[in-house]
Write a protein that binds this ligand. Structure first.
Ligand code: H2B
Length: 114
């Protein structure tokens, strides 16, 4: 299997399967800086990224927006002074799809390239 950051998102329909508990346990090991949280009964992946000012946080936010558009999968983004909180989940299935883990790995890659 290719590393998550080299995989691409597949179209996610409302009837697509959520990741199973077993898959979640395996996939989360590949993105150790992310935590699984539950908001309004929806499982999500979240990570905070720290920056030295607002401008740098905004640069990252815009890079992430480009990545999201290129993959057709979009995160929740909270941009603050020195911090960006990124949250991935699949709206269409109200939970976590493999796409979310791929996107979390690609988000990590953006930072590693910076
Ligand atoms: C039509 C379009 O591809 C869909 O609405 C996509 C867009 N981006 C998306 N992003 C996320 N995170 N979840 C979705 O279900 C989703 N759906």
């Amino acid at each position: 299997m290719q590393p998550l950051n080299k995989q691409t998102c597949e179209a996610c329909q409302a009837n697509a399967p959520k990741v199973s508990d077993e898959e979640l346990a395996e996939l989360i090991k590949m993105i150790p800086e992310w935590r699984a949280i539950v908001v309004d009964n929806i499982m999500q992946l979240q990570r905070e990224f720290k920056f030295k000012n607002f401008k740098q946080a905004m640069v990252f936010t815009n890079q992430l927006a480009e990545l999201a558009e290129s993959e057709g999968h979009h995160p929740g983004i909270l941009t603050e002074w020195g911090k960006v909180t990124v949250t991935w989940w699949s709206h269409s299935i109200k939970g976590l799809h493999r796409n979310d883990f791929i996107m979390a790995a690609k988000t990590d890659e953006l930072i590693n390239q910076a």
